[in-house]
Design a protein around this ligand. Structure first.
Ligand SMILES: Nc1ncnc2c1ncn2[C@@H]1O[C@H](COP(=O)(O)OP(=O)(O)OP(=O)(O)O)[C@@H](O)[C@H]1O
Length: 526
């Protein structure tokens, strides 16, 4: 039995939230009239984790979408992706909402064609809440096809997009379009032309052959307000008018997991934007111009600048997709396979090495001592120092990021080492003699042994770790590449002459929180 009833006109597409646990339980969402669900008699939910007003829904019949906002404190979810208080999402027909994350309080959204109540007996006679699904109303304006995910990813769906197992994906700038002006960056939103006539014919053929056409584009300019988002969306719509085939577009506007070569745009396509169809990786492909090719000549001998980056090729490699350059795919030019990958390949990290060549001694001594870490940002000092496998309970990790200044680190180190049995680890970069001396002096004055643990990690490896940290730990303050370069320019190799008892080189031994982290770590990240 439905908890609500409503009289409707024949031409109205009714919108209903249907409980997955009890399909009899349905809530009608009237056009533009908010409905709040939570721990109430209406829903029959008594779980105390649920707020009385947990989620607010507002249907927009003109666009066949529903805006949902989480009001309660505990997490809810849309299509199994968790939401927090204050977060809003747009729902489409068929989307699943969990009033509480990981619970059975789930509903799905149906747009239902209402009955005619005997006005014309040839017309439908089903109850308005029976699951007779009307085709979605055509969206009234182009903006209704746009969505924003996680505040940074823009997604566009052509209204007649059909999901497929075969995906033909393309980069946009330099691949599907080039500037008319001949400049690297467009001078305005109209400064574009289709890369070559083969683009439209190839895409039509792919579509006829059962491929869904997708565009993945990095547009960091939007994130830093250099490019106007509204104007850019219009530009996409104009390009798609020329392509004339239904297309899905993903636009990464920030330096986050969605920015190529990180895999976020692909992952969200597979999880949320392919109608639940799995992707045939063997038949799918990605084509882009950022392929890491050096300066070269065209067939008629004209010089061609080197590629501005390798991010398209790396994106395809990270995902495991077949990769083509626009020249290969559209112009059928033969492949030269001349390209450069980043110096550091995360797949090369060795898991079968020891942390240190020191096999005779315990890495961390049970006796009181001072350990000075030396290593650039991202070299893994904190990860190593805080790894409980190697530390003992009476070991204080002292860190400038937490305390605020080296002076505070010095006094904290003195305090602990003056105590009965505490050892300390100075978890700062300590690149030069001057920065190490502050701590060596304390050890000397207290007659405590002092060792240096020197991180055996290259600059490119540290940059990779740093990027990985950015993508996996949003709370950690971002470290620019300039800070890493500055460490290396200041670096003075530690020497026993500084008053250090022992210098131990610490190798990078990979160890991951979970398989997802390992998978991401082993991808190329720029
Ligand atoms: N052995 C390891 N295996 C897997 N990941 C690691 C390892 N060591 C470090 N990482 C990852 O590399 C990133 C950087 O490590 P960490 O924060 O320890 O560096 P750091 O040298 O302390 O940097 P900073 O000086 O900026 O604090 C982190 O995301 C960490 O999870």
């Amino acid at each position: 039995m439905s908890k609500l009833s409503v009289k409707t006109n024949d031409n109205v597409t009714l919108c209903v939230l249907v409980s997955d646990e009890n399909p009899e339980l349905k809530f009608i969402l009237l056009d533009n009239e908010p409905l709040t669900l939570g721990r109430t008699q209406q829903t029959g939910i008594v779980d105390q984790r649920m707020s009385k007003n947990q989620m607010k829904f507002v249907a927009d019949y003109s666009t066949a979408r529903v805006l949902v906002e989480q009001l309660g404190s505990n997490r809810s979810a849309v299509n199994n992706e968790s939401m927090i208080k204050g977060e809003k999402r747009l729902l489409n027909h068929g989307d699943k909402v969990s009033l509480l994350f990981n619970s059975n309080f789930t509903y799905h959204l149906d747009f239902v064609t209402p009955p005619t109540y005997g006005v014309d007996s040839n017309k439908r006679t089903t109850n308005c809440l029976d699951k007779e699904i009307s085709p979605k109303k055509p969206r009234s304006d182009s903006t209704s096809k746009w969505e924003t995910r996680d505040g940074t990813l823009l997604v566009y769906n052509s209204s007649n997009i059909v999901h497929k197992e075969k995906i033909a994906a393309f980069d946009m700038d330099g691949t599907l379009i080039v500037t008319q002006s001949g400049k690297v960056f467009p001078v305005d939103e109209n400064d574009w032309q289709i890369y070559s006539p083969e683009v439209t014919t190839s895409i039509k053929k792919l579509s006829d052959d059962g491929y869904k056409i997708v565009i993945f584009t990095n547009q960091g300019g939007i994130g830093v307000n250099k490019v106007n988002e509204k104007t850019f969306k219009k530009k996409i719509e104009n390009i798609l008018k020329v392509i004339k085939i239904p297309v899905q577009v993903f636009i990464a506007t920030r330096k986050d997991i969605y920015r190529k070569p990180a895999p976020g745009m692909w992952n969200i396509l597979v999880s949320d934007y392919n109608g639940g169809l799995s992707v045939d990786m063997d038949k799918s492909l990605f084509c882009g111009d950022a392929a890491g090719r050096p300066t070269r000549s065209s067939a008629d001998g004209k010089p061609i600048k080197k590629d501005h980056s390798c991010c398209d090729r790396l994106f395809a490699m990270n995902i495991g997709l077949k990769f083509y350059t626009p020249e290969e795919y559209f112009l059928k030019e033969s492949t030269e396979e001349l390209y450069a990958l980043p110096v550091f390949n995360p797949n090369d990290v060795m898991s079968n090495i020891l942390y240190t060549d020191l096999t005779s001694k315990a890495l961390f001594s049970p006796n009181k001592e001072m350990i000075i870490m030396v290593g650039c940002p991202g070299s893994g000092k904190s990860y190593f120092a805080s790894n409980k496998l190697f530390c003992h309970d009476r070991m204080k990790i002292i860190n400038r990021d937490t305390l605020g200044s080296w002076q505070k680190c010095v006094s904290e180190a003195k305090k602990y080492l003056s105590g009965v049995s505490w050892s300390v680890v100075i978890d700062n970069t300590n690149p030069d003699i001057e920065s190490r001396k502050r701590f060596i002096d304390i050890a000397k004055s207290l007659k405590i042994p002092c060792r240096v643990f020197l991180m055996n990690v290259s600059k490119d490896h540290a940059k990779h770790n740093n990027k990985f940290r950015e993508l996996t730990d949003r709370k950690h303050q971002k470290v620019s590449d300039a800070v890493i370069h500055s460490y290396f320019s200041k670096f003075q190799e530690p020497s026993k002459n500084e008053g250090i008892d022992e210098i131990v080189k610490i190798n990078f031994v990979p160890h991951f929180k979970d398989p997802e982290h390992e998978k991401l770590y082993k991808m190329f990240l720029l």
